[in-house]
Structure formats: C-alpha cells, structure tokens
Design a protein around this ligand. Structure first.
Ligand code: E4P
Length: 218
C-alpha cells in the first residue's frame, strides 16, 4: 500500500519524507490556502522536496478550457505533477484530454461508485473517493472503497484508488484490508499510526530495568 501525505505544509512533507515511507503528496485549494503563502512558492518547495514521486496539484477552473489551460501550466512544473480534477462532466472531458497528452490525472471529490466508474472509463490515473466526508453525513465511507475496488478489479482498469479524506488510523487500516492502492493521509494520522500506549509503557519499563543491569557495555 502506498502512503501519500495530504498537505501543502512543507515542514510536514519534509518530516514525513524523512521517514522514507512517503510515496507521494496530494494538495487541494483548502490545504494551499491554509499555508497563507503564495501558490507558486508553496508548489515549487513541494516539488523540490519530492522531485520523483506523484504530487497532485488541483485546477481551480470548472470549465473544460480552463481546466486544460491550468492543468497544462501545472504539468510544466515537473514530470511528477498529477493534475487534480473535480468529478464533473467538464472534468471528465479534461481527464480524456490529459490522458491523450500523457499527463496524469487524479479525479477528486468522488462520493459514489457511479462517479468512480465514469472517472476510470475516462482514463483517470488516480481517483480520490473521500471517506471522512461520507462518514460525516452518516454514510460508511469505507463501503465506497470496497465497491470501487471490486469494480476496478472486475474490469481491470489501470486507475489507482487513493483513499482520501482520511481522519484516523482505522481509515488507513481498513483501506489496507480492502486492498486500496493508496491512502493519502494527514501528517497527524501518520504520526498516530506509529503510536501505541503499550509501546510507550513497555519502553519506559525496559529503560527503568536497564538501569539495574550490571556492567553495561553502552
Ligand atoms: C484529497 O485528495 C483531499 O485533499 C482530502 O483528502 C480532503 O480531505 P478532508 O475531507 O479532510 O478535507
């Protein structure tokens, strides 16, 4: 399972990258706005830190021409740039265009198997079903991941499934059980994945007992 980090915060990206388990980055307009910094400054820093793994950058237009114009501009910034496109009819047309041009796409804001199927048929390189936002409205987000995985495997689409809108470690673990290709995870949840209270208690006890070991070599 690949781990992407879902942030535009360069410190978080550097920290996660230093763990050597990072396979890519996803951003969106909200995450870029949160940095309070100029778009190009943020994007160039991310691409300098992650030059060889997929970095999803989202278009802001909603019409085909605008998405194509912005996506082509973003694709110039690096061969690892993936154009993030909203799941709309205009977006699907843009996905086809980028597929023809050999530019990778990530179709975002997917909330149903029907939307996922359309995006896969359009030739999306990645699709991003949002589990957390479905949970927020009392739908089980992970059920969507299982359905999409079945559909993808039934027809052998090349599209990779990115579990998005991840809120806690269970979203990651359940996605791994289902067999999702990728989870895009906020930094806080990556840190939570490493933690267990019994590990902390166990380590504290080992360190205390170590003090009683005679003639320690280190
Ligand atoms: C996905 O690519 C989105 O950036 C992200 O996962 C959305 O998450 P949220 O629902 O926490 O905003």
């Amino acid at each position: 399972m690949k781990f992407f980090i879902d942030t535009a915060n360069i410190e978080e990206i550097r920290e996660a990258n230093s763990l050597k388990i990072l396979d890519g980055v996803t951003t969106n307009p909200t995450l870029i706005a949160k940095t309070g910094r100029p778009f190009m400054e943020v994007v160039k820093e991310i691409l300098a830190e992650i030059p060889d793994k997929p970095v999803s950058l989202e278009v802001a237009s909603t019409d085909f021409e605008g998405m194509v114009r912005e996506g082509e501009m973003l694709a110039e910034l690096g061969s690892n740039v993936v154009i993030k496109i909203p799941m709309t009819v205009e977006g699907l047309k843009a996905v086809k265009h980028f597929e023809y041009k050999g530019i990778k796409t990530n179709v975002t804001l997917i909330f149903s198997p029907a939307q996922a199927l359309l995006a896969m048929k359009a030739g999306a390189s990645y699709i991003s079903p949002f589990v957390g936002r479905l949970d927020d409205i009392s739908h089980t987000g992970l059920d969507l991941i299982a359905d999409i995985k079945t559909i993808r495997d039934n027809y052998d689409f090349d599209t990779e499934i990115i579990v998005a809108s991840v809120r806690h470690p269970l979203h990651v673990i359940e996605s791994a059980v289902i067999g999702a290709d990728i989870a895009t995870i906020p930094y806080k949840v990556i840190a939570q994945l490493a933690k267990h209270p019994l590990t902390d208690i166990g380590l504290e006890r080992f360190l205390k007992d170590w003090e009683n070991v005679p003639e320690k070599p280190f």
